[in-house]
Design a protein around this ligand. Structure first.
Ligand SMILES: [Zn+2]
Length: 487
């Protein structure tokens, strides 16, 4: 078989091993991994480079309208170009149902927009804000059939949050049909009560955002949703975990056999509440939950090391620092009115590489595990997240010695700023392949995106073991079952 491309002589890094090998590609797939592969039509000299699976970013907001009605700054083109330049080759953004929205229309709307613009492959999660009977009985099962195998629910935000009974309904539907439920876990009452008091007293600067989203609000909600998941024995994934208490709650539940997964994001490893405490400009660092302190950062690192936190995602939520995003009322905008979120699609991997691999906190294998492989395994992307025969040739060549000083002007998203400006990073993706096609080539000089708009493909995700129940009944449910009751 003649090879189309050989990536020759690099260090191939997978989640389980590092080997010095050539990677042979035919069409869209890796077909061979070995020493001295035969000559190909295209030869890539990867000596001195790391050859890693393209990142999978399973938490990012693209061309999404928030519950405040604000459209985020990136469309499917700018977001996927930005992801690709940062070494990510698959994204799983959200289709967002708002109350009153009909789910089939929501899905087809996002599908249409992504199909026209995406330059890398993508799946979808579905945000469920209105779990009425039609949604539960018909629309969610139908979405799962099409490969949208994960739902996101919110425990806070006025227009998004679900009551405990509604959460149980969604969990039960997910259990029956094999979907993973992602949870934004914060106690709504604590946050809105504190925020109301602060705004009432005229304390409206971004720094109050960090105060009102207390550590306890995250801890309470994580513990509560774990308890709900245990009632129906349904796997859940807690997104953007930010606190010592949150990481500990997940670790403890996992230790007693609950199938709960955790996620953290760059903002919880690399920012703190001090970044928010800089007057109105603190808005550029505001997200929910907010960055905390050094001790919380350490807890998140520890969670990534020991498995309490399974994945590291960007939670890219791009809003410009102007009236279209962060400052709808200009300088009079209160922290309750600003759009929440920070950009991170492009810097997710370089930040972790410098501060994780570069500092010796994590190995190269753990880097790949946390940024790609485990996302593919949890969310059912069988051909992504590893470099192996039969997998899609989604590959990033990294120059481990390339130094970059972060500057918003270098990045490809539409946010217009980055919370990480001025940071010195070492290690950068210099060539990126998506399904065998070279879409970025900066081995020599900086280059433009080589991919056509719309070349990215929707991936219908498969059922994985991650969504199988743990077969672990709490005593009360066992009693109900023993008495012959079904739910
Ligand atoms: Zn998010």
């Amino acid at each position: 078989m003649e090879l189309d491309t050989v990536i020759r002589g690099g260090l191939v890094v997978n989640a389980d091993a590092c080997v010095r090998a050539d990677v042979g590609i035919v069409g869209e797939q890796v077909v061979a991994l070995g020493e001295s592969l035969p000559a190909a039509r295209r030869e890539i000299d990867a000596r001195g480079k790391l050859v890693m699976p393209g990142g999978v970013d399973s938490h990012c907001h693209i061309e999404q309208v928030s519950s405040f009605g604000i459209l985020c700054a990136d469309d499917f083109h700018s977001a996927t170009v930005s992801a690709a330049f940062g070494g990510t080759t698959t994204v799983i953004p959200f289709c967002a149902q708002h109350r009153g929205d009909h789910i089939p229309e929501v899905l087809s709307d996002y599908h249409r927009r992504a199909a026209e613009k995406a330059v890398i492959d993508y799946g979808f999660h579905l945000i469920v804000a209105n779990p009425d009977e039609q949604t539960l009985a018909t629309d969610l099962p139908a979405a799962i059939e099409t490969g949208v195998r994960s739902f996101k629910i919110f425990m806070t935000y006025d227009r998004m949050r679900l009551q405990d009974e509604q959460i149980l309904d969604v969990l039960m539907t997910a259990r029956r049909h094999g979907a993973l439920v992602m949870v934004h876990a914060e106690n709504h009452g604590i946050i809105s009560w504190l925020a109301g008091r602060m705004v009432g007293q005229g304390n409206v600067l971004p720094r109050y955002h960090a105060i009102c989203h207390t550590r306890s609000s995250e801890a309470e909600a994580i513990n509560r949703v774990i308890a709900l998941a245990e009632v129906v024995d349904t796997p859940i994934l807690i997104v953007h975990v930010s606190t010592i208490e949150g990481v500990a709650a997940i670790r403890e539940a996992r230790a007693r056999g609950v199938k709960v997964y955790g996620e953290t994001c760059p903002q919880y490893l690399f920012l703190t509440a001090k970044d928010i405490d800089r007057g109105l400009e603190g808005a550029m660092f505001c997200c929910s939950p907010p960055p905390r302190d050094e001790a919380a950062q350490q807890a998140c690192w520890q969670g990534l090391k020991d498995g309490a936190l399974a994945v590291y995602s960007s939670d890219h939520a791009p809003y410009r620092y102007d009236a279209s995003g962060k400052l709808p009322k200009g300088e009079k905008t209160t922290f309750k009115e600003m759009a929440n979120g920070v950009p991170g699609l492009e810097l997710r991997l370089p930040l972790l590489f410098t501060n994780g691999v570069g500092s010796g906190r994590i190995s190269l294998n753990e880097f790949v595990q946390l940024t790609a492989t485990r996302h593919a395994d949890l969310y059912g992307l069988a051909r992504k997240g590893r470099i192996a025969p039969g997998c899609d040739a989604d590959i990033a060549l990294w120059d481990p010695d390339k130094r970059v000083t972060v500057d918003a002007a270098l990045l490809h998203d539409n946010t217009g700023y980055t919370p990480y400006a001025g940071r010195e990073l070492k290690g950068w993706p210099v060539m990126v392949f998506s399904r065998g096609e070279c879409i970025i080539d900066q081995l020599g000089a900086p280059g433009e995106i080589l991919a056509q708009r719309g070349r990215g493909r929707f991936i219908a995700r498969e059922r994985t073991d991650a969504v199988s129940p743990a077969n672990r009944m709490i005593p009360e449910m066992a009693q109900l079952a023993a008495w012959g009751n079904a739910l």
